[in-house]
Write a protein of this length. Structure first.
Length: 139
C-alpha cells in the first residue's frame, strides 16, 4: 500500500530527528509540523523546500509525489537557493544605494538615462518616463 502525503512527511522528518528543533530553525511552530504529519493540515511547498535546503537528506520530491528525487535535483535546488540568496543580497545593496542617493540629492533631479527621471523635493518625489508618472508627496 502506498503511503499518503502525511506518512511520507513523517517518515522524512523522523529521519532528521527532533521536529521541535527543525521547526525552530525554520521559524515555524512545532505544531505546524506535527499537525502536517498527522494529516490535519498541509504545509506550503516553500516550507518543504526550506527543509530540504536546511537538511539536504530531506526529500521534498518524495514527500510531494511518492517518488524519490535524484541527487542531481537536490544539487540543483541547493544551487538555485544559493543564487536566490545572492540576488536578495544584491537587491538589498541596491536599495541601500538608492536610499543614500535620495537623501543626498534632495531638491535635485536624478536622470538615469532617457528611460525615467526622478525629481526629489522636501515634501516627496515625482517619477516619470514621459508616458506614466508617479507623485508621492506627504500630506
Amino acid at each position: 500500500m502506498e503511503k499518503d502525503f502525511s506518512e511520507r512527511l513523517k517518515e522524512e522528518l523522523d529521519k532528521l530527528g527532533a521536529q521541535k528543533e527543525i521547526a525552530g530553525e525554520l521559524g515555524v511552530s512545532a505544531n505546524t509540523l506535527v499537525n502536517a504529519t498527522r494529516g490535519y493540515n498541509s504545509p506550503k511547498v516553500s516550507l518543504l523546500l526550506d527543509i530540504q535546503v536546511q537538511y539536504p537528506s530531506f526529500d521534498a520530491a518524495y514527500v510531494l509525489t511518492g517518488r524519490r528525487a535524484s541527487p542531481q535535483l537536490h544539487s540543483e535546488l541547493r544551487s538555485a537557493q544559493e543564487r536566490i540568496e545572492e540576488l536578495q543580497s544584491e537587491l538589498n545593496l541596491q536599495r541601500a544605494i538608492v536610499a543614500r542617493l535620495v537623501g543626498k540629492f534632495k531638491g535635485g533631479t536624478i536622470r538615469p538615462g532617457k528611460i525615467a527621471s526622478v525629481t526629489i523635493e522636501k515634501e516627496g518625489f515625482y517619477a516619470g518616463n514621459g508616458k506614466r508618472s508617479f507623485n508621492h508627496f506627504r500630506s
